[in-house]
Design a protein around this ligand. Structure first.
Ligand code: ZN
Length: 314
């Protein structure tokens, strides 16, 4: 199901220090449990990790580190699929779905269960005024999520109570049928479409594996008029709450949904956890996380496929 409701700004879930501490203690208990049955080895980055940003920790190019950081890496490993979070309204088990974005955010290409990741996270926590534990907690995730959302002009605008008007038709441009998923005809604002084309060309030029799968990075949704969303709400009972009809970011002509690698059997817009996890670990998403900002695009992290162009005001 396409969680359009979640495109829109929602007040950040503020987590108190007591909850953060509780999560940390819970992580510690889990870690002890892991120790009792044997710990998963701390991993070095795989070949797929080459798309992550450069390393800058401990002054050397390795995800291995001193004993304390390895311990912190094990704590993160223990919580990666079990930490209870609900950053975008829906309860989730663990933060693995967000790991590629977090690695980008904290400037490491070490995987989330490594010592190198823990060290980079501790540096980020220190910069953001949080306890520099190197361990992912509910409180740390909440601050990071707020940072991500603050980069979305639409979210900032919605926080004021405003809903942008859709652009005039003359500001919209048609994408080519070959740019739409299964030939679908979609529209974007002209600047957003130009930026999309530049980005996709760079992705396919830089990554032969992406060029070899031309369905990847095509658009399965872009501009949607308020009337279209309202009609879909009325006829299909596909209202996603009421926000799809009330004020979807897709009305701006700046947002699109892009085809990523899916889990077997899942559609391109499935927000099932298994599908989202497969998406974020695919090359297409990892390339976007590392490079899309260069072209002015920001992601709504709950929906790996949803991106917004920031080159014009919503
Ligand atoms: Zn979308």
């Amino acid at each position: 199901m396409h969680f359009n409701r979640l495109h829109n700004a929602s007040p950040a879930r503020r987590i108190g220090p007591r909850q953060g501490f509780g999560a940390l203690m819970w992580g510690a208990v889990l870690w002890v449990g892991v120790l009792c049955v044997g710990c998963t080895p701390i991993k070095n980055p795989s070949a797929a990790d080459l798309h992550r940003p450069p390393l800058r920790f401990f002054g050397h190019q390795s995800c291995q580190a001193p004993a304390l950081a390895r311990t912190l890496g094990r704590l993160n490993s223990a919580s990666l699929y079990v930490l209870h979070i609900a950053p975008f309204g829906r309860e989730e088990s663990g933060w693995a779905t967000y790991a590629p974005k977090i690695e980008q955010e904290i400037d490491t290409r070490c995987a989330a269960d490594t010592a190198g990741f823990a060290d980079a996270l501790a540096r980020w926590q220190r910069r953001r005024g949080l306890p520099a534990t190197g361990v992912m907690t509910v409180a740390t995730f909440a601050v990071m999520k707020d940072d991500w959302q603050a980069r979305r002009p639409f979210v900032e605008l919605r926080a004021t109570g405003a809903c942008p008007r859709p652009p005039p038709a003359r500001d919209l441009a048609d994408a080519k049928p070959s740019e739409g998923y299964e030939g679908k005809l979609v529209q974007l604002r002209k600047g957003a479409l130009t930026a999309y084309r530049r980005m996709v060309a760079a992705a396919r030029q830089g990554e032969p594996a992406l060029a070899a799968k031309p369905e990847l990075l095509r658009l399965f949704s872009a501009y949607r008029s308020p009337a279209y969303d309202a009609a879909r709400c009325a006829h299909d009972h596909n209202c996603q709450g009421v926000v799809r009809a009330a004020c979807s970011v897709h009305r701006t002509g700046l947002a699109f949904d892009i085809v990523l690698d899916t889990a077997p059997g899942y559609p391109v817009d499935s927000s099932a956890d298994a599908n989202r996890l497969a998406m974020v670990n695919g090359l297409a998403y990892r390339w976007l996380v590392a490079n899309a900002a260069t072209y002015g695009f920001v992601n709504y992290p709950f929906e790996p496929w949803h991106w917004e162009w920031t080159g014009e005001k919503p």
